[in-house]
Design a protein around this ligand. Structure first.
Ligand code: G1P
Length: 294
């Protein structure tokens, strides 16, 4: 069985659901507590043993590339100000040289097309996909749990969670087969079905491990839901020849491409962070005094 070494992280989307913030800032650079959304994704990838990260970017995303580079003026200013802690923290989050690559999706044709743009950087090996809007919160990272199931199956694995039945139209939905390890086999999947057409309430939560044959399928994949080239449709085609398994995430994902998920993530991470937990708790518990909320 081949190790999952590389991850594709699509970051070309315009982030229109988070306007006006995303008018001039990539949505992946919005902050949860004091770190950009993209940092949570990288930490999760590294925890899962990923060795190389391929970003599929678009126009106006140069802030993401700069984030993964050194910042000489800032470093010298921190050195002069003797801010050793800040310097150490910046060094700590800087990926090793050559660990990240960037390629462009030149037109917004959908998630399936964005993944296909990474084909030459992935080559012929199983690989992971992480949608960075979906921020993992739990004792173990979502990607690490999916890789654990991959290590038992050696095939295709999709991470899932249960949503309220009324929310199926926002996600890809899978149809469960039989139990396998901590997960189950998948019989079918459909992108953003109406609740009455949904196969279950297990939604695809933004973490995948796929075989490289998906690229050949994506090459000729027709537009699907929303007029976009959908990864879910290509995976359904791959299911004709390959097995797919679902790993239900034991934590939960915050959908930080939406306002509610973003606010929830900020509160949850503030309460979880050892250095902020007690201050955050006392501030949040006093909020009812001035917001009128009970
Ligand atoms: C994409 C996928 C969908 C998945 C979702 C998770 O949709 O197509 O299957 O459930 O991400 O966030 P998008 O949110 O890009 O519309």
């Amino acid at each position: 069985m081949q190790k999952v070494r590389k991850v594709v992280v699509p970051v070309a989307g315009l982030g229109t659901r988070m306007l006006p913030a995303t008018k001039s800032i990539p949505k992946e650079m919005l902050t949860i507590v004091d770190r950009p959304v993209i940092q949570y994704c990288i930490d999760e990838a590294i925890e899962a043993g990923i060795e190389h990260i391929v970003f599929v970017t678009g126009r106006n995303k140069s802030a993401i590339e700069d984030y993964f580079d050194q910042a000489p003026e800032l470093y010298s200013s921190l050195q002069n100000g003797q801010k050793a802690d800040s310097l150490a923290m910046l060094d700590d989050i800087l990926p090793d040289a050559g660990m990240v690559s960037f390629t462009r999706q030149q037109s917004p044709k959908g998630l399936g097309h964005a993944i296909w743009c990474a084909r030459n950087l992935i080559g012929h090996e199983p690989f992971a996909i992480m949608l960075p809007d979906m921020v993992s919160f739990g004792d173990t990272g979502c990607m690490a749990e999916a890789i654990e199931l991959y290590n038992q199956t050696g095939e295709n694995v999709i991470s899932v969670e249960e949503c309220h039945p009324s929310e199926t139209g926002s996600y890809g939905i899978v149809s469960p087969g039989t139990t396998f390890g901590k997960g189950f086999s998948i019989n079918g999947m459909v992108e953003k079905p109406k609740p009455e057409d949904a196969l279950s309430n297990y939604f695809i939560n933004g973490r995948y491990i796929l075989q490289p044959e998906i690229f050949e399928i994506l090459e000729t994949q027709k537009q699907g839901a929303g007029g976009e080239i959908q990864l879910t449709d290509a995976m359904l085609s791959l299911m004709k020849t390959d097995n797919f398994y679902a790993q239900p995430f034991t934590g939960r994902m915050f959908d930080c491409g939406r306002r509610e998920g973003f606010v929830e993530a900020n509160v949850a991470f503030a309460l979880k962070r050892a250095d902020y937990a007690s201050a955050s708790k006392s501030k949040i518990s006093k909020m009812s005094e001035y917001t009128g909320l009970r």
